[in-house]
Design a protein around this ligand. Structure first.
Ligand SMILES: Cc1ncc(COP(=O)(O)O)c(C=O)c1O
Length: 353
């Protein structure tokens, strides 16, 4: 079927716009491994300021930032308390084990969120046979829970448990700017009480590459060494940081429009047959639907319901991804405006009805 592709697979597909490309072309640069790239230095200072931390580090990807944080915080052989569908557990190729000798202790959260009581219950006692608890990691927005925006209170309670047990607390804030936009709070309110915070410039904020890792001066000094260990030391990377600075300046305010479109898409999908979604649960830029149908279709070679829907929509040039065999995810972002969302709704309706 013809028609332009409407790519709702992820907000990572956003392309740098003209303003970003101009800033990249004109960026002042130096060798960042020597700490001499002025544009990176500006971006790191601005990122630390935005999250309420002392210092920050520019990193090629969110995955690397998370893995560096775990490596710095947790001794080899210790446990990482995390949510069972969190990115750090589910989508990073077992990096914590492969790179840092860490053992995940995944817990099933309520809509992607871990409670203080859950964490408290699995902190390892100081006995000879137990792996110690090395770090706790939370996620905001919670991707697998459909982009849920967590307010500070439940996470502050987890922070209090961690403080009492002297366990570091990391935030995978790949989309914490979306959370701040949805909750109408400053990013800092959601991030200042963590020992380290990762946020992505390359998702809804629209930069082509890069995430920031933020924390204390001591933590970031250690993280800089681990970034080199993991092969993430870059040279004249101010070219990328220049785009990152624009993303950061645009900030949470630039994401509100994506949330409006996600809500609109969810409300339209809720009216369509064959899928289920509660649009009141859509808080940020993700729309996750459950697809009707038997999972055992796979035995007949037809694939699971979610895969069948994604394939059928791809034929109509609407791109989405499966989260599992029953769930399909659509993500709105700055490169798909209101008109294209309207067109996507029409095409999806055309398939389902
Ligand atoms: C919640 C979350 N954390 C971390 C990442 C990893 O970011 P990257 O793709 O830059 O490695 C992603 C990627 O989509 C994500 O959704």
């Amino acid at each position: 079927m013809s028609g332009f592709a409407i790519d709702l697979r992820s907000d990572t597909v956003t392309r740098p716009d003209r303003e970003m490309r101009r800033a990249m072309a004109n960026a002042e640069v130096g060798d960042d491994v020597f700490g001499e790239d002025p544009t990176v230095i500006r971006l790191e200072a601005a990122s630390a300021g935005a999250t309420g931390h002392e210092s920050a580090l520019f990193v090629p990807s969110g995955t690397m930032a998370n893995e560096i944080a775990l490596h710095v915080h947790a001794p080899r052989g210790s446990e990482v308390i995390c949510e069972a569908e969190s990115h750090v557990f589910h989508y990073e190729r077992g990096g914590m084990a492969a790179l840092s000798g860490l053992m995940p202790r995944p817990l099933e959260g309520e809509r992607g969120l871990l409670s203080a009581a859950q964490v408290e219950a699995v902190v390892a006692p100081d006995v000879i046979y137990r792996a110690p608890t090395g770090v706790v990691t939370l996620e905001n927005t919670a991707m697998s829970a459909g982009g849920l925006a967590a307010g500070p209170e439940p996470q502050l309670e987890v922070a209090e448990v961690c403080r009492r047990h002297r366990i570091p607390l990391h935030l995978d804030g790949g989309r914490v700017f979306n959370a701040a936009a949805a909750l109408q709070v400053e990013v800092e309110e959601l991030t200042h009480f963590f020992d380290s915070v990762m946020f992505s410039l390359s998702k809804g904020l629209g930069a082509p590459v890069g995430s920031m890792l933020c924390g204390s001066r001591g933590f970031i000094a250690a993280a800089r060494r681990v970034r080199k260990l993991f092969g993430g030391g870059m040279r004249q990377v101010g070219i990328l940081a220049a785009a990152g600075l624009i993303a950061l300046e645009r900030g949470a305010a630039s994401l509100v429009a994506d949330h409006v479109q996600a809500k609109r898409l969810a409300e339209a999908l809720a009216q369509m047959p064959g899928i289920r979604i509660d649009p009141t649960g859509v808080e940020t830029n993700m729309v996750v639907v459950e697809v009707d149908g038997e999972v055992d279709g796979e035995a007949e070679g037809k694939g699971a319901p979610a895969e069948r829907l994604v394939e059928a929509l791809a034929e109509r040039r609407v791109l989405a991804v499966t989260l599992d065999r029953k769930r399909v995810r659509f993500v709105t972002h700055r490169d798909v405006g209101p008109e294209a969302i309207g067109e996507a709704i029409d095409r999806i309706r055309g398939h389902l009805s």
